[in-house]
Design a protein around this ligand. Sequence first.
Ligand code: ADP
Ligand code: MG
Length: 232
Amino acid sequence: MPNLMEVHGLEKSYTRGTVQIPALQGISLSIAPGDFIAILGASGSGKSSLLNVLGCLDRPTKGTYLFKGTDVESLSNNQLAHIRNKYVGFIFQGFNLLPRATALENVELPLLYNAGAISGKRRQEISLAGLKNVGLEGREYHLPTQLSGGEQQRVAIARALINEPEIILADEPTGNLDSKTSLEIMEIFQRLNREKGITIVLVTHEADIAAFCQRRVYFRDGQIMKDERITL
Ligand code: ADP
Ligand code: MG
């Protein structure tokens, strides 16, 4: 099967004042459909920078990135936005929910971009089912402040899944959660990968979180130190 995402000699540097900060220094990585990958490494090693490039939130400084065989360098910002909306679900450490919107409204949000194509009633049905799928039945009308951290992350997962993405990119999704809740969240990712075949790339620095993943890529100073595959 062809690779879903493929980067070659990827470099990313940021300009801070007059200083260039090299965040990625020649990353080459191929991600196949169905992969469940942990990206590990110390803080500042470039993990989030890679995820942002993979998710078409940011462009590389050098090197190539092929998304489903298409060189993203040739794509316009609108085309990149289309890739993000259609193929990618993002999950962040801080949940990133709208504070004044209910769980249901937060999950519905990405569907509003397709407002013409889908009725309000259908939108709500899909979102209710999405919340149920992550174990949040009965919490639909709660605000984020009325939910625990684990529940808020479930809402964020339901929101990320609402457009049926092929890929989930999760940046330290359990970083704000206690260990028991973290394992529950990892079980959800595992189920999505095994049952729906969703490709998952997950940044973490915790070994017990990475233990859920069949492939572990270790970063140091913007480079890959090790890329190991485990038979679970
Ligand atoms: P990680 O996610 O592994 O902690 P990052 O990819 O966030 O690493 O950061 C890699 C390096 O790039 C760090 O030195 C960080 O300070 C720097 N960096 C990240 N984002 C920016 C930015 N927007 N502007 C300037 N420097 C940045
Ligand atoms: Mg980071």
